[in-house]
Design a protein around this ligand. Structure first.
Ligand code: BGC
Length: 739
């Protein structure tokens, strides 16, 4: 449609019809069997309201969506189609590693490829929008949703947010096999006090601007067409009522002209925050803030009309939102083709396409982080018939390896570790025993996919344990596949103890007692406190929730066909008492030097300041040396660049891929500055003995921050640049910014 036609359409719509565009409901309102029951009554909706609904969430299936859209359009007064949206977080039918794991790949191209596959599979099932990327900066591993973010670092998050948006949207959301991104949760949702989900967020204006907002902005700069508000208050204002955030910053300052949707029921929750006294007041606050779509409440649809009639809000403000939604539908091409790419044949194809599986397998291995590898116990060998490996642990048979946001995949299509192992041809002997179940005795777990109960008896558990110990005793090496249950992270998955579940740790202790050669393969959606495992195991491979190809990718890495490619996107704390812990902290006035016994410093008496494993860290099956850091000049002027060169050498015996990281430290600023900040990274592959010179260019833009008067600028003075294989990079050079 032309702009003119869209405007004419808007002018012709009744008030009810306009308000309907702002309503989003789940698909079960449209499924056909008896609309006037269940959900409609619970939400106090009339059939007329449902007939005017603008969009649907969480319904998939080409045939289903085609049917719903067809039926719906018969009743919609102007035949305006609905938009179909869902949470496609780390893949649709092909499931990729969780976003926190994707962060560990430090590979924007691969992340973009995964998003493009997710977009294709989603588009063919009839979806138009995914509620992704989640770009909330995360530094507190107690928060369950850290798994949905790409981690603790501002720069890495920005690069990967951009990659995801490009992958989903390609050359435009109306194009074939493309869908719109929806950037969430605006803003600051990743920093709830004490890591408790939905809790208050209190950060300074400077921290907000300098650390929290850049991820969202990077996604917008990549042309993300939709944003979602967050549940939390920020500066004591619920985001869905936060005019300064949603209108002044997002729309006016950043120029966002797409749709802003509330998070699930977040407009209603303005009342529970104690910021609106009733539905009508909440509706007024949210519309004033510029929230276009009300996800799953009746606040807009049942209360905007009265608010307009009473003069509490203008119809012009409503029109702005309706027009944005119509424009978005037009951009998707829905007026011409309300089904877009919905394709029943593709949807029903028997197998996951081989190239999607191949990408899932590679991406998983690229996200695995080798945290420890004493005596080079890894990689294991396939070719020694005199040796036996005991594979032990509940994750040997666990199919729930996709993380808590995988709602539409087929569990039976996931490759378990056992299955992958049995497919391999090898001389080395092996045994497989679970040892215990994943959840633990008598435990249950709730999440998006329902209620799950552990149904194993004490007798069965005792037998499983006995068998595992017996197998471990006889083996040369034990591989233990352990970890959190998938529902222990994700939404509403906050925890105050962040260890491997205790019943699994008990098994681990018993196994280590009979065999010291233990390799732990750890599944989790968050950094865990792995102190004990680190003390007792010879090796730790962190595999997160790897997705569909879990088993294959893990065997690829354990047996050395592929090297573990990941470097940590989030610090692993020494213990939970340290969190939030992250590398780019500010200097204090009482700087502590690790190991010093000076008491009156900023330190803990019972734990180090450093996390157990720092951001950017990860071992390979080969080793690297960094040498000869040099700058082409020591003074930087605006508009110019300084080239940093460093030699990276593969000092081991195998080919490897290293993530070379550059960090910068501003020595003196008008406000306190972080101890160092990531400003660049490159992935390079080196043959054994090979040396490559890697170069980065430092520009004045990289040195900008919010100064003492809240101006985003750089300040003349002294800086340090560090290059290395983690945020502990040691090689350094000094330079000066002159103005
Ligand atoms: C989550 C969002 C999600 C939405 C729709 C909410 O509970 O916070 O991230 O997109 O549900 O499923």
């Amino acid at each position: 449609m032309t702009e003119q036609q869209l405007k004419e359409l808007l002018a012709d719509m009744s008030l009810e019809e306009k308000i309907g565009q702002l309503l989003q409901l789940t698909g079960n309102f449209f499924d056909g069997d008896g609309l006037a029951t269940g959900p409609m009554q619970d939400m106090n909706l009339t059939q007329e309201t449902v007939n005017n609904t603008g969009s649907v969430l969480t319904t998939v299936g080409a045939a289903k969506i085609r049917k719903i859209q067809t039926e719906y359009m018969k009743h919609q007064p102007h035949g305006i189609p609905m938009i179909f949206m869902a949470d496609i977080i780390n893949g649709f039918r092909t499931v990729f590693p969780i976003p926190l794991a994707q962060g560990c790949s430090f590979d924007p191209e691969e992340v973009e490829e995964m998003a493009a596959v997710a977009a294709k599979e989603s588009a063919r099932t009839g979806l138009h929008v995914t509620f992704s990327p989640m770009v909330d900066l995360v530094r507190d591993a107690r928060w369950g949703r850290v798994m949905e973010s790409t981690g603790e670092d501002v720069y890495l998050n920005g690069r990967l947010a951009e990659a995801m948006v490009k992958g989903y949207q390609g050359e435009g959301i109306g194009k074939k096999d493309k869908i719109s991104a929806c950037v969430k949760h605006f803003a600051g949702y990743g920093a709830p006090i004490a890591g408790r989900d939905y809790n208050t967020v209190e950060v300074s204006e400077r921290t907000l601007r300098e650390e929290i907002l850049p991820g969202y902005k990077a996604a917008l700069d990549a042309d993300a067409r939709m944003f979602m508000t967050s549940f939390n208050t920020l500066g004591r204002i619920p985001s869905s009522a936060n005019k300064e955030l949603c209108r002044d910053i997002l729309r006016k300052e950043w120029g966002f002209d797409g749709i802003l949707i509330s998070d699930w029921a977040a407009i209603k929750e303005i009342i529970f925050h104690g910021v609106a006294e009733d539905d009508e007041a909440a509706a007024v606050l949210a519309l004033e803030a510029g929230v276009d779509i009300d996800m799953m409440t009746n606040v807009y649809c049942n209360h905007l009309k009265s608010a307009i009639e009473k003069g509490k809000i203008s119809v012009e403000l409503l029109d702005e939102s309706v027009y944005r939604i119509l424009q978005f539908k037009n951009e998707l091409g829905l007026f011409e083709n309300p089904f877009k790419d919905a394709d029943e044949d593709y949807d029903e194809q028997a197998e996951i396409p081989a190239e999607h599986r191949a990408l899932a397998r590679k991406a998983a291995a690229d996200s695995f982080v080798l945290l420890k590898n004493e005596d080079e116990i890894l990689p294991l060998t396939k070719d020694d018939s005199s040796k036996t490996i005991a594979f032990v642990g509940p994750y040997m048979e666990e199919k729930k390896v996709c993380g808590s946001w995988s709602l539409f995949y087929k569990e039976e299509e996931c490759v378990t570790l056992s299955k992958a192992l049995q497919e391999m041809s090898m001389q080395t002997k092996y045994t497989i025993s679970r040892g215990c179940n994943t959840l633990g005795y008598g435990k249950s777990s709730d999440g998006f996919t329902g209620h799950i109960e552990s149904n194993v008896t004490l007798e069965e558990l005792a037998q499983m344990e006995q068998e595992a110990i017996a197998n471990a005793k006889k083996a040369d090496v034990v591989v233990m596949a352990l970890g959190e249950y998938f529902n222990e992270t994700g939404e509403a998955g906050s925890k105050t103890e962040i260890t491997i579940p205790e019943h699994q740790l008990e098994l681990f202790r018993k196994i280590v007692d009979v065999n010291p050669n233990v390799v732990v393969v750890n599944f989790s959606g968050r950094p865990l406190d792995l102190r004990e495992v680190d003390r007792k195991a010879k090796a730790i491979l962190q595999v997160w929730f790897p997705g569909t190809e879990a088993g294959h990718a893990i065997m690829d890495v354990l047996f050395g066909d592929v090297a573990p490619g990941g470097r940590l996107s989030m610090s692993f704390p020494y213990n939970v008492g340290q969190v939030p812990v992250f590398y780019s902290e500010l200097h204090t006035g009482r700087r502590y030097v690790e190991g010093s016994d000076n008491r009156f410093c900023s330190r803990y008496l019972d734990a180090p300041n450093k996390p157990l494993f720092v951001f950017g860290y990860g071992l390979d099956y080969t080793t690297y040396a960094y040498e000869n850091i040099s700058l082409n000049q020591n003074t930087l002027k605006a508009g110019e660049g300084i080239t940093v060169s460093v030699d990276v050498i593969n000092t081991g015996k195998r080919k490897g891929t290293e993530v070379v990281q550059m960090y910068i430290q501003d020595l003196v600023g008008s406000v306190a500055r972080p101890v160092r900040e990531l400003k660049g990274f490159q992935k390079i592959t080196l043959e054994p003995g090979e040396r490559k010179t890697v170069q980065f260019v430092i520009t004045e833009e990289m040195l900008r921050f919010y100064d003492v008067s809240m101006q985003y600028t750089s300040e003349a003075g002294a800086f340090k640049v560090f290059v290395g294989g983690s945020s502990d990079a040691q090689l350094e050079q000094d330079f000066v910014l002159s103005k």
